[in-house]
Write a protein that binds this ligand. Structure first.
Ligand SMILES: Cc1cc2nc3c(=O)[nH]c(=O)nc-3n(C[C@H](O)[C@H](O)[C@H](O)COP(=O)(O)OP(=O)(O)OC[C@H]3O[C@@H](n4cnc5c(N)ncnc54)[C@H](O)[C@@H]3O)c2cc1C
Length: 408
């Protein structure tokens, strides 16, 4: 029996390790990896620290464009919870720690997670073939034919674990479609997620600024969600964790041609009356001061200048000269700074991809219906998690379930 795993990333290695630990002969497994090295994406995770899970595990932490999201995730979480993930890593020699519920290796180094997976594959004798790009999988008798670097290879069982190109690693959208073209599998268009959103406004003056606040997303005028945290600005994009968390919803909506708008509350810890009071008291206290200085110390100075400009107020005008219209504009921009979204940032700037193989095509063991012997794990599944260890959870959990199933 020959088992082929396409992709030697987080979920591919977890699948192989679990399969061998449960009885599959290591010599029967081959992992094909496109790049020179395995698991490169793991090294980039959690800013090099690898946020590998989260103690708060709930189906609501995940999105999907397929129907059946809640059922799929409730079942997955019931079978593989965070204790199982911790056990898996303990079995690899990795001690995990929780930082406010976010799970990391105690070393705080993604490298140690990658080393643990790779060493275990090597110790178990799993054959990893790097620089092997799989471009197509087709049915052949009771098994499959894989096109590896242009050459056909037969396999009885195939696991698709190639990710979907987030962070610039892995298969791109068109390659994903090409890979599956010989098989009848329902799949959905892949769109970047957990990334910044490009806006129409010129943000050069606040490039690099970070500010606490809350971000709300409106899709075609309807409120879609709100998130709090540190917001970051680049020349063209609004970014940071709160934007990342909303990006999956925005990406899908933009894909459907819907209009997306962000409103940012730059003083979210104050209610509206407090903000009006702050504006009024600054003007009363410093009527002669240039407005830029009268409002000094409220937030990042570049951001304050930007807000004043958006409110039609010159930095240099005396605070006491503000008319009611400008005061109202300033208040609105501090509490609801609006940005129309132009597009979602590209896959290489994203931490995951939404879309992929539709949940209706996937069985409880990560098997693909109507394709006996074909499985899928990790990012290729049409589920994307929020920031906070959820996407790696998905990779480990689906890998463990798939690996166990291969051994049955
Ligand atoms: C910058 C960044 C930071 C992140 N931080 C976190 C975090 O802290 N916590 C978290 O939970 N998630 C994080 N993620 C997401 C997480 O890394 C992914 O969800 C996870 O790695 C997906 O695992 P996977 O095995 O499905 O795919 P991958 O890890 O992408 O592995 C797929 C492998 O398949 C190979 N491959 C692709 N195509 C082919 C082909 N045609 N033939 C052969 N091999 C192929 C690729 O080279 C790759 O090695 C982050 C992602 C990025 C980009």
């Amino acid at each position: 029996m020959k088992y082929s795993i396409v992709g030697c990333g987080a979920s591919g290695m977890t699948t192989a390790i679990t399969a061998v630990r449960n009885g599959v002969r290591p010599s029967d497994i081959t992992i094909y990896e496109a790049s020179e090295k395995c698991g490169r994406k793991i090294l980039a995770t959690g800013n090099g620290r690898c946020n590998l899970g989260n103690e708060i595990l709930d189906s609501e932490m995940f999105y999907s464009s397929s129907g059946g999201r809640k059922e799929f995730l409730d079942d997955l979480i019931k079978r593989i919870n965070m204790d199982d993930i911790k056990d898996f890593f303990r079995s690899l020699g990795v001690i995990t720690v929780s930082k406010n519920g976010y799970l990391y290796p105690r070393s705080m180094q993604a490298l140690t997670v990658l080393n643990a997976l790779k060493n275990e594959c090597d110790d178990l004798g799993i054959n990893i073939r790097t620089k092997c790009v799989c471009t197509e999988v087709t049915r052949s008798g009771s098994g499959f034919e894989l096109l590896i670097n242009g050459k056909k290879e037969y396999s009885d069982v195939v696991v698709l674990s190639c990710g979907l190109g987030s962070g610039g690693f892995g298969i791109k959208g068109s390659e994903f479609t090409a890979l599956l073209k010989g098989l009848k599998i329902k799949h959905n268009k892949t769109v970047p997620a957990l990334c910044g959103l490009d806006v129409y406004d010129d943000l050069r003056s606040i490039k690099g600024v970070r500010s606490a606040g809350s971000v709300s997303l409106f899709v075609s005028g309807r409120f879609s969600g709100t998130e709090e945290g540190e917001i970051q600005f680049t020349e063209k994009a609004v970014s940071g964790i709160p934007v990342f968390q909303l990006s999956s919803l925005a990406g899908r909506a933009l894909e459907k041609g819907e209009k997306c708008c962000l409103t940012i509350d730059l003083m979210n810890e104050y209610d509206k009356d407090d903000v009006k009071e702050i504006i009024g008291s600054r003007i009363d206290r410093f009527p002669e001061r240039e407005i830029y200085y009268a409002f000094n110390g409220i937030m990042n100075n570049k951001l304050m200048s930007y807000v004043l400009k958006r409110s039609g107020i010159s930095d240099k005008s005396p605070a006491g000269s503000l008319d009611d219209g400008r005061k109202k504009a300033l208040f609105e921009n501090l509490k609801e700074l609006k940005f129309d979204v132009k597009n979602i940032q590209p896959a290489d700037k994203a931490q995951t991809m939404s879309g992929g193989i539709d949940l209706s095509a996937i069985g409880r063991n990560m098997d693909i219906y109507g394709n006996d012997g074909l499985y899928v794990t990790g990012e290729m599944i049409d589920v994307d998690g929020k920031c906070g260890g959820y996407n790696l959870y998905l990779a480990w959990a689906t890998g463990i379930i798939c690996g166990r199933s291969l051994a049955k």
